[in-house]
Design a protein around this ligand. Sequence first.
Ligand code: PLP
Length: 396
Amino acid sequence: MISERMVDYVKGSSVIRAMFEEGKKLANQYGAENVYDFSLGNPNVAAPAAVNEAIKEVLDTEESTFVHGYMNNSGYEDVRQIIADSINRRFETHFNQSNIVMTVGAAGGLNVILKTLLDPGDEVIAFAPYFGEYRSYTANYDGKLVVVSADTENFQLNLQELEEKISEKTKAVIINNPNNPTGVVYSEDTIKNLAAVLNKKQEELGTDIYLISDEPYRELVYDGAEVVYLTKYYDNTIVGYSYSKSLSLPGERIGYLVLPDELSDAENIKSAANVATRILGYVNAPSLMQRVIAKCVDVEVNVEPYNKNRELLYKSLMEYGYECIKPEGAFYMFVKTPGDEKEFVNAAKSKNILVVPGSSFACPGYVRIAYCVSYDTVKGSLNGFKELAKEFGILK
Ligand code: PLP
């Protein structure tokens, strides 16, 4: 028998699983080129050539037992220093290798930091719409996820409700910037106001409230949008980064946490994160990929294919009468459903268009379109979106 908890997790993950199965079924029936699968956040842009070159170079020039061996659980010191230097150069910060823990992607990093911070019953606050896995990651350590409702005006952060929901039990607040599923980038004003609320509540309650900034999409921005570096605005900030999306390496599982010296209890948090990495069973982040990242920290990311998709999709959906904030980052669009969300998702499916219901992100009444697909897929889907707009009465 599986555990009762796993029964719930399996049930909870069935929407995405069902969609995955549905996509395969439709592709078999109609041919993959006639199915418009916008359900997964799997980058369709190839990893930069520099990554493949670095893999070969590491294997050719570094000693095998070193490249494939165990190292410090937090990662190779030189790799962590190279990453710290790169962050310092780009964001005028002052980190060193002791502030970096290499992780098994953003997911691994979030689990390490939540294991490090949470006691049973501690609360973690997330803002709807949020990446659904935050709920499971928090529950993994017997924490409780508290959700602030969406600011559907502009999908920035509902800070008034945040202030109301912070309690003595609040251990952490998670934000995701640029955001999955909305594609929104939080403005500097939003971040300053967020910091003000957190500082005020810390003082009022006499507790530490850690801000976890989940940033796997940091480099994927358009129209010159700026993603501010949060450690400069709030001392108790932990950044989680991943190369899954920026370097198109989601299967390689490589990322890092930034644990600044300004954190309350910084030294204990750094050593505990090192132990958490080990006892969660990751032991350390993948060794070959760490060595590769050291050679690729400043590789430019080509966002043009995503941008082209974004422009075409946004322009077309607006023409057809849909409502949506124009995304400035990541590769998602969060579109208001004309009529009932489930009906829209099913009607879209009947036109071979697969999108994820907003309720998977605790924000019903919307669908997420992941436009990390080929330009042809976007073009091919437009007629279907147009027909849906007519069927749901937003296009005459
Ligand atoms: N956080 C967010 C907001 C994501 O969208 C994802 C992946 O889609 C992750 C974390 C997990 O990323 P990784 O593959 O680096 O574990």
